[in-house]
Design a binder for this molecule. Structure first.
Ligand code: 9MR
Ligand code: 9MR
Length: 595
């Protein structure tokens, strides 16, 4: 009942607030802004010059000082007007009117506190193999115990022939589906670790009300542990290789976890899964070391399994996952396939050098080092490796971390190589950032993201928008500057409503957000509102699902090719790697308190 009321309210606001009968639309960040940040809205359907009025929280009205800037969409040709509302520094709710159209703009000292927390808490709601009893309306019985998982013939070894039953419980569901994939799991943890390391004070204070919240470990790490425990079971104890995934042969239907009964398998070991596992375990060994009391023995175990996995990968450098080769049964679920493991080698060698100081890892990292910076994504993890070297390579008061622990083992020559690599990684990041922000000022939505057709595709809002912003914030921290902050904030504005569809793309926030994500639990639980805090994939002109869905995409333009339909897995699914990007970005924004 409560959820229905909320939804009705949300729908009413959307109708009254941003969509007009005369075709005028106002696009703005629907969640909130910091007092000192730029406050920009985008108007479509009318030239708003001279027509914008702002009612302040105290009831007084004002007008923007600057005129509207005109911009034309490179794809649809639609004309848009970018309006800078000026200094609205008093916290509170402002009402912005353009002719007969109105919307609100919320200014607050902590505009991102709730949404940032929800983005991390989402991982609790999607835990598998346990009863969810802290989810309020979303409580549910346990499903997928995964205590009787079959070894697929593609994964068989002498001690574990095909059909062997192993136990591989816990971990998060990957996405809209119920399978558990090592590549994506390790990447997601690695990205959230990267954020945690640079915002420790923030994360030490962040509680997400999970079963472990009362222990002495930060909740971000507690949540990662729930997935790390599962990951540990994915390594073949015989040789150290890591199974690519734990999966049903075919995707389940849209039913609740407790109603799923297909057999589950671990399938083929792969070089990419094994390296991602090695990297994230090396990071985990380092980061969990101070928390032995809550997790006795874990740090040592993680270090040992990481090194074993790495050795396996060195012996099997071309063991790529080839789903089409699997038979008896054949498998048709997500692939997370790859054709190059160079970036995975780089991340793993980097993390292992940082942990152990063994020179071979430094040599390997040098051999696999990237030529330029790319934002982190499940298929290209070089940046996670680059982050490992950056600390200590730039003098900055912003960086508070222990740096490369292995320093103490280094002679001058090795130290020189490490420092040179760190410097190179930082330079690559800076080059990327300068290029990234170039188009923002003249663009339709005044953001670095969203100005190139390549910014749109499967999972783009996470992989392109959030990860770009995260990279910008990271660069600022290294430089001890705030040069890129406003651009990162502009990407938040884009993500949360100042964009071509007018959606705030995170469920449960804003007045027009996705109500029908491609997410089996949200579709099957009988509750109208989806889990809160989920970032959807976003506009995807590839429309790879168009023959599988009954509805038709409303548009083919890159930035409008999005449909809020539960069947649309190519534009409206949710996934752990995407929410990891959201956590990394929004928690960092929420940690910035002086704007
Ligand atoms: O639900 C599946 C989703 O998690 C995947 O990302 C997607 C692509 O692999 O596939 C979805 O499953 C669909 C399948 O591929 C085609 N038939 C319809 C399935 C679900 O609606
Ligand atoms: O995020 C993945 C995206 O980059 C790929 O283009 C897409 C098709 O292979 O698959 C996405 O990952 C899906 C995975 O295979 C299965 N679970 C759902 C994931 C999100 O759609």
């Amino acid at each position: 009942m409560m959820n229905r009321l909320i939804l009705t309210f949300v729908a009413a606001c959307a109708a009254a607030g941003t969509m007009a009968q005369d075709g005028v639309e106002i696009r703005r960040n629907q969640v909130g802004c910091y007092p000192q940040q730029e406050k920009v809205i985008v108007v479509e359907g009318i030239n708003p010059s001279g027509k914008v009025r702002v009612t302040m929280p105290d009831g007084k009205t004002t007008k923007p000082k600057k005129g509207a800037r005109k911009a034309v969409s490179p794809w649809s040709g639609k004309t848009r007007y970018v309006v800078d509302l000026g200094d609205l520094t008093m916290p509170g709710r402002y009402v912005v009117s353009v002719g007969n159209e109105h919307c609100d703009v919320v200014v607050s000292d902590r505009p991102y506190a709730d949404i940032a927390k929800a983005s991390l808490r989402l991982f609790y709601l999607i835990r598998s193999g346990v009863t969810i009893d802290r989810g309020g309306a979303y409580n549910r019985p346990m499903g997928h115990p995964d205590t009787k998982v079959l070894v697929h013939n593609s994964a068989a070894s002498a001690l574990r022939p095909a059909g062997t039953v192993i136990s591989s419980p816990f971990g998060w569901y990957d996405a809209g589906d119920y399978n558990k994939y090592v590549v994506n799991s390790a990447f997601s943890i690695g990205l959230m670790f990267a954020a945690y390391e640079r915002q420790r004070e923030y994360f030490n204070a962040l509680s997400t009300d999970i079963p472990e919240s009362d222990n002495s470990t930060p909740d971000l790490l507690n949540e990662m542990m729930f997935n790390l425990r599962w990951l540990l079971t994915m390594q073949d104890p015989e040789d150290g290789g890591v199974y690519h995934k734990l999966t049903t042969p075919r995707f389940e239907g849209f039913v609740m976890p407790a109603d799923c009964h297909q057999p589950r398998y671990v399938v083929a070991k792969s070089v990419t899964a094994t390296l991602d596992f090695a990297a994230v375990m090396a990071d985990a060994a380092r980061l969990f070391e101070p928390y032995q009391q809550d997790y006795p023995g874990f740090a040592a175990t993680a270090a040992a399994v990481a090194e074993r996995a790495y050795r396996w990968a060195k012996e099997h450098p071309t063991a790529f996952y080839r789903q089409e080769q699997l038979t008896d049964p054949a498998v048709s679920t997500g692939t997370y396939g790859d054709r190059s493991a160079n970036d995975e080698f780089f991340w793993a060698a980097s993390a292992l050098y940082r942990l152990t100081g063994r020179q071979q890892y430094l040599e390997d990292a040098l051999a696999f080092a990237p030529q330029r910076y790319s934002t982190p994504s499940w298929g290209y993890v070089a940046s996670l490796g680059a982050f490992e070297w950056m600390e200590g390579s730039v003098k900055s008061e912003g960086v508070k971390s222990e740096g490369v622990k292995s320093e103490k083992y280094e002679d001058e020559e090795v130290k020189g190589k490490r420092e040179e690599l760190g410097k190179r990684m930082v330079e690559q990041l800076m080059t990327y950032c300068e290029e990234a922000v170039g188009a923002a000022a003249s663009s339709c939505f005044q953001a670095p993201y969203g100005n190139n057709a390549r910014d749109f595709g499967w999972g783009c809002l996470a992989e392109r928008c959030c990860c770009q912003a995260f990279s910008l914030l990271f660069a600022d921290q290294l430089l001890g500057s705030d040069r890129y902050r406003r651009y990162a904030l502009a990407n938040a504005d884009y993500l949360l409503g100042r964009n071509a569809t007018g959606y705030c793309y995170v469920t449960g926030f804003g007045d027009k957000s996705p109500l029908h994500p491609h997410h089996r639990i949200s579709a099957a639980d009988g509750i109208e509102a989806p889990f809160p805090g989920m970032l959807v994939g976003g506009p995807n002109p590839g429309q790879q699902d168009k023959h599988d869905i009954k509805a038709t995409y409303p548009s083919a333009y890159p930035d409008e090719s999005y449909i809020d339909d539960a069947e649309s897995y190519a534009s409206n699914e949710i996934a752990i790697n995407w929410n990891a990007s959201l956590v990394a970005f929004l928690c960092w924004l929420d940690a910035l308190r002086d704007i």
